[in-house]
Design a binder for this molecule. Sequence first.
Ligand code: SF4
Length: 335
Amino acid sequence: MAQNTANEPILRIRDLSVEFTLRQGTLRAVDHVHLDVLPGELLAIVGESGSGKSTLGYGLVNLVSSPGQIAGGQVIYKNQNVFDLSPEALRQFRWKEVAMVFQAAQNAMNPVMRIEDQMVDTVQDHENRPRAEILKRATELLKLVRLQPEQVLKAYPHELSGGMRQRVIMALSLLLNPRVLLLDEPTTALDVVTQAYLLDILLDIRAKFGITMVFMTHDISIVAKVADRVAVMYAGQIVETGDVNEIFYRPHHPYTQGLIQAAPSLVGDLSDKRPVPGSPPDLFHLPTGCRFHTRCSYATDICRSTQPTTTALDGHTVACHHWEQVLGSNTEGSR
Ligand code: SF4
């Protein structure tokens, strides 16, 4: 593969759509997504459950499985479309170039193999490296994720707590020195204290390796702690992207504004907490016009009839007919 240069996006997602064909019909879980991932950044993709962020993650590494399929678009890495890679190039791309820590990945560990053997197998599946060298690297990485290598390497997965298994998966994902780490809800199954600990470790990893991270989460309060940039996803579409401070202090989209107002720790005391009204749409029966209109206090006739296109501002994008009004409301106070 040809190298990309330092300032170019490391991953370019262009017009990506992912569909699932089920008994009830075909639904589009990711709909014409257009997004750049910049080198060294931590990009958070945030949205409620069912917004399509996990499917987007699987799509990025061409891991969508039946009954899902890539329905269109491209993911460009080092000037090549990931969907055009040969099976062998794709195998190398996953883990060596873009590693994944997917939701509940910890449960995917082989229960009858010691951690050290899983680590050696993972590396030797991609590279011909001696066991001793792999274990030396594994020891360094386990220390980095604040585990005791001598204890963990000899353990079976069931002998470790959920938080420890998640950290083992992180160490495992770094063994092949990937340039990009995809993390899908990595803290969801963990208690609040362990979550904070894990986020701290993630930031350590980033500082040490300068690795690019794409972090998918439903929890916007986590995003505030770790992200450089945020992409907000709703009903399969990206509705807003921007720098983390812009997103939190000057949201341009009503859904982003709603997510922020629903996170009390970010905007005041518990009595201020106001969940986004209503629920996400059924992807088989999407509303006409803007998909958010049934939940949006800014909605007008044009919202009910016409899908908004994406407006590109300075380092910010938003898909809303009334973004200027929404932006103005940030200074007027919460709606
Ligand atoms: S386009 Fe209309 S309905 Fe959709 S988010 Fe904007 S204001 Fe709300």
